[in-house]
Design a binder for this molecule. Structure first.
Ligand SMILES: Cc1ncc(COP(=O)(O)O)c(C=O)c1O
Length: 395
């Protein structure tokens, strides 16, 4: 067989997908992979059903159907406090996953350095490999996931081309404060660095906190490539609709990368999703109150199970501390949990870069709670027996 590329030699199987497989094998409730087990808004699925006979069924404009970009520009201009032009600033992509990749390919040369906060969403490692960038990891330190300002400055002194900012953060649930964002902005300005944001959880920020768009900070619009998507906001992770918002010059480049990567997002899904982009503010308020309730229900389950955790400020994940039960091997613990307690979580160590965590972080496991309340309560019932099952037959 001919040899395969060196580029992909360091790719490992996604730990989350592995945990999903283990969950299936043992009939565990899967709180590892972050997608909802409830339906998208009925108006949205109705819009999709309605257009099946008429289409559109052929390629849309490569950087996104005009009505989708117009609706998105209206929504995001209002939220971000910026005048966004659908013709100049927006590129519709296949999920935020493609948006991030297109942003990296457009801003970063092979060999350039890119700052990544650790723990981080696993795709950023792959994005760096595929674009030839060298990640510089800066730790977000549990339990509050703050960063050391001096360490961040030192990373900037290595002259990175870009910083990746996941806000709200997966897996930590951290929401960056205005002061933190302003500190990052000042460094980005001083060292002339791109900031590539991943804001897919922009609508899931728990009160009293509020989401602050990095691009909306003074002077940041021109050096920010904002990436986000409809996956989480409208519970349509399978539709693969995402976008970048950026200045005109870099948008022109992102559009070319996007064209060669995928040609475009799915035309009928863009058309149907215009309905969602036009939802009134009450939709987002209800979404947040629904996730606030889910968070509260699941945190109570963790209390009953006797697990400590950092209260998530945003997104739909929680990192729970297993030190009192085990403390040494989160991967083995997650396998045991799926098999014996029948709840699947993700080992926290898979999100931390080892060089950026000293001592290594292996006492945290990540649950997600984008599930129906009934599913969360069923998981809670199983977790309530965690201590006694562990005492009887821990590994
Ligand atoms: C931080 C983060 N970014 C991006 C994604 C993927 O987004 P999309 O479905 O838009 O590609 C996820 C999915 O879990 C995520 O957690």
């Amino acid at each position: 067989m001919p040899v395969t590329s060196n580029r992909t030699a360091d790719f490992t199987e996604s730990v989350i997908r592995r945990m999903t497989r283990i969950a299936l094998e043992h009939g565990a409730i899967n709180l590892s992979q972050g997608f909802p087990d409830f339906d998208p808004p009925a108006e949205l699925t109705a819009a999709l059903a309605q257009l099946a006979p008429s289409g559109p069924h052929q390629y849309a404009i490569t950087w996104g159907a005009a009505n989708f970009r117009e609706a998105l520009a209206r929504k995001q201009s209002r939220l971000m406090g910026m005048e966004l032009d659908p013709e100049r600033h927006i590129t519709v992509t296949c999920g935020s996953t493609e948006a991030m990749m297109a942003a990296m390919m457009s801003a970063v040369n092979p060999g350039d350095k890119v700052i990544v906060f650790s723990p981080f969403y696993e795709n950023y490692g792959a994005d760096a490999i595929l674009s030839g960038a060298r990640p510089l990891y800066v730790p977000l330190v549990p339990p509050d996931f703050g960063f050391d300002r001096e360490l961040l400055r030192r990373a900037f002194e290595e002259r990175p081309r870009a910083l990746i900012l996941c806000n709200p953060s997966n897996p930590s649930g951290k929401v960056f404060s205005r002061e933190e964002l302003e500190y990052i902005a000042a460094l980005a300005e001083e060292f002339d660095t791109w900031v590539i944001t991943d804001e897919v959880y922009e609508h899931i920020v728990y009160r009293p906190l509020e989401h602050i768009y990095f691009a909306s900070l003074p002077g940041m619009a021109e050096r920010t490539i904002s990436c986000s998507s409809l996956s989480k906001t409208y519970s349509i992770t399978g539709w693969r609709l995402g976008y970048t918002i950026a200045g005109e010059r870099v948008t022109n480049i992102i559009r070319k990368v996007h064209d060669f990567l995928t040609v475009g997002a799915a035309a009928p899904l863009m058309e149907a999703a215009v309905t969602a982009l036009n939802f009134p503010d009450s939709y987002y308020e209800e979404l947040l109150s629904s996730y606030t309730k889910k968070r509260d229900v699941f945190l109570r389950c963790l209390d009953t199970a006797g697990l400590r955790y950092t209260i998530p400020q945003g997104a739909y994940y929680v990192l729970a501390d297993i030190s009192e039960l085990n403390g040494k091997d989160d991967t083995r613990f997650c396998e045991w949990l799926a098999k014996e307690v029948k709840v699947a979580a993700v080992p926290g160590s898979s999100f931390f870069h080892s060089a950026a965590a000293s001592p290594p972080v292996n006492n945290l496991i990540r649950f997600h709670f984008a599930k129906k309340e009934a599913t969360l309560l069923a998981a809670g019932e199983r977790l309530a027996d965690l201590q006694s099952i562990w005492n009887k037959r821990g590994y």
